[in-house]
Every structure is written in C-alpha cells, then in structure tokens.
Design a protein around this ligand. Structure first.
Ligand SMILES: [Zn+2]
Length: 342
C-alpha cells in the first residue's frame, strides 16, 4: 500500500512538473510536494503504524521519493532560470548585424585649412606668425604705409570706416608690418595672417576676406629682390606643386618700391581662360615689393642701413585654386553641402 502511495505521488509530481512554466509556479510545486503539509510527511507519520520489519523499507522508499522530488525541482529550476536568462538577453539584445550609426566628424573650414597650410610653409621658411587688430587706426592702415590723406591710392581702397577718418576695418594686413617694425628690432621675418575688409563684392571679391602678410627686414644688402622672387616662388611651388607656372609683373603699391604682382597659372582652365581668371589664364595671387624707404623712415629705421621686402597673399584665391572653386562667396554663405566637401 505504501509502495503504491509513493508511486502515485511520484507519477503525479512528474506529470505536474511538466506544466510548471515559471519560478513562482515551481516554488508552489516545491511547497506542495516537500513543504510541511506535503503528502510525503503523511507517509512518514504512517511509519509509526507500520510493523518494525516494514519500517526501514518504508523509510528508505520515502527518502528515495524525497530525493527524487528534490532532483526534479532542481532540474526544473535550472531549465527555468536558463529560459528566464535567455528571455532577458533577448529583450536587451542589440542586433549586431545592423549597420553602425555614422559618426559625423566636424571639419575645418576650407579657408582655415588653407591658412594653416600657408602658415606651416612660411614657418618652414623661417617666418614667425604674428597678429594685429581688425579695427585699425587711419595711421597704421594708411599714413605709416606711405598713403597720406588725399593720396590718390586711397581711392584704390574701398574702406569701411568705423569712425570717419580715424578708425576703420583694416583694408589689408600691412598695418601689422608697422606694428612689428615699431616694436621689434631687425633682423626679423614675420607673417601676419588675418581678416581684411573692403567694400567690393563679385565672384572673385568678398567684402571680408583673408590675407597673409609677410615681412622681412635686415641690414641693407642682406635681403634683395632676388630673395623676394625666390621666397615667393618657393612658397607657390610648395603650395601648388612645382609644375605650376608663376609670373611676376611690375606693379605699384605706395608702401613698396619696386613692386610686383605675382600670378599663378589658372588651375581651373589650365591657362585657357575661364570665368575665374577672367579669360586671362592667370590668377593674381599676391602683391609684393621692396619696402619703400618712406615706410622704413616712418618706423624710425634708416633706409641707408636697412632694407627688406613685404608681400600680401590673398587666402581665398589660393583656396579657390586649390579646391577648384569659381565663386568666392561660397566660402562665406556657410552652406554645409558646400563645406562638407572639404
Ligand atoms: Zn581660368
């Protein structure tokens, strides 16, 4: 009879465990079969009524049943825990086969890129970068650069005045020359990169643009026009490549004598003529010349003892040629579709 009871409990437990589908239900199962009110305990109580010969047999059978039930529960627990874990993994899972989100990296503005390249080349040539203010006095922008009031060359400069006749937005980076020459003793070699402002605008002119001014001053005879040509040709070859033709044309600037304008072969049309080069095949890149004796005198240097040369390079023009852009205004409209290409 007891054997039968044991078998019944076992069979019922094995059947019932099949429908246990979570850890809570398993705990209820455990209480039912192994708890204080479990049937197996009744079995042990019956032990007292059994004959002494039967007792060990019943006890052994009850223990086997208990062990079996414990084993069933432990197995089920492992299965349920694994299922539970798998479900949570699935819920948290990331599909590693999905394409990754693209990380959008910021870029330097093409003008900044070109400015940095120019500065790097001139640093290699021994020039030290310096800066000056965007708002200048009439003295530094014109007067000290041999452009006195009512001088016809002021007509060349369409100037934005902050205070008529006194304060203005610098029309070139040349005033930095004066500031440096007034505060440092030659020999010196500097470049002054920065923004400049003029009142004209078309495909090759913008009211705000960038220049890199260069200046070298030393004892007379140490720096010649040949050095100027060599320096600028070397710069242009490093910037555009040695195969680009460079030409020097005589020109006039109030603050240099003699003066030259320097052109580079048009990169867009390879010299054939296009909108950018105004059908000439050449792009004017910079103005340069030997420092005018009047400028040296204005900063207290004796032109008999000192000489030097200066140049001003249009950064936008270099960038237009480097990147093949035919409208300067694209640099300032901040259209991301344009800027992302560089
Ligand atoms: Zn061209």
């Amino acid at each position: 009879m007891i054997e039968e009871t044991v078998k019944n409990i076992e069979a019922k437990a094995i059947e019932e465990i099949e429908s246990v589908s979570n850890l809570e239900a398993l705990e209820a199962f455990r209480v039912k079969y192994l708890g204080r009110k479990a049937q197996i305990n009744d079995l042990m109580k019956n032990l007292k009524q059994a004959s002494p010969e039967e007792r060990p047999k019943i006890g052994a059978q009850a223990n086997v049943l208990r062990n079996q039930l414990e084993e069933i529960i432990a197995k089920k627990k492992t299965i349920l825990e694994e299922q539970d874990f798998a479900l949570r993994v699935k819920a948290d899972a990331q599909d590693v086969t999905l394409p990754a989100n693209k990380i959008v990296r910021g870029k330097k503005h093409p003008i900044t890129q070109v400015l940095e390249e120019m500065i790097a080349i001139f640093k290699e040539l021994g020039y030290i970068p310096v800066e000056g203010p965007d708002v200048e006095t009439d003295y530094y922008n014109f007067e000290a650069l041999n452009i006195p009031k009512h001088h016809p060359s002021r007509e060349m400069q369409a100037t934005f005045y902050v205070k008529e006749g006194e304060l203005l937005l610098r029309t070139h980076t040349s005033p930095v020359q004066i500031r440096v020459l007034k505060s440092q003793k030659p020999p010196l070699a500097i470049i002054a990169p920065g923004r400049v402002y003029r009142c004209d605008a078309d495909v090759t002119h913008s009211p705000v643009f960038h220049q890199v001014e260069g200046l070298i001053v030393d004892k007379k005879g140490k720096v010649s026009f040949t050095d100027l040509k060599g320096t600028l040709t070397e710069f242009l070859h490093r910037f555009f490549g040695k195969n680009k033709r460079v030409r020097f044309r005589p020109s006039f600037f109030p603050f240099t004598e003699p003066s030259a304008e320097v052109d580079v072969e048009c990169i867009i049309c390879d010299g054939a003529g296009c909108r950018l080069c105004k059908d000439s095949g050449w792009i004017e890149i910079l103005g340069a010349g030997m420092i005018d004796p009047n400028v040296l005198e204005a900063v207290g240097l004796d032109p008999e003892l000192y000489s030097g040369f200066a140049f001003g390079i249009g950064v936008e023009r270099l960038a237009m040629l480097k990147f093949g852009i035919d409208d300067i205004r694209l640099f300032f409209t901040n259209d991301l579709r344009f800027l992302k290409q560089f």
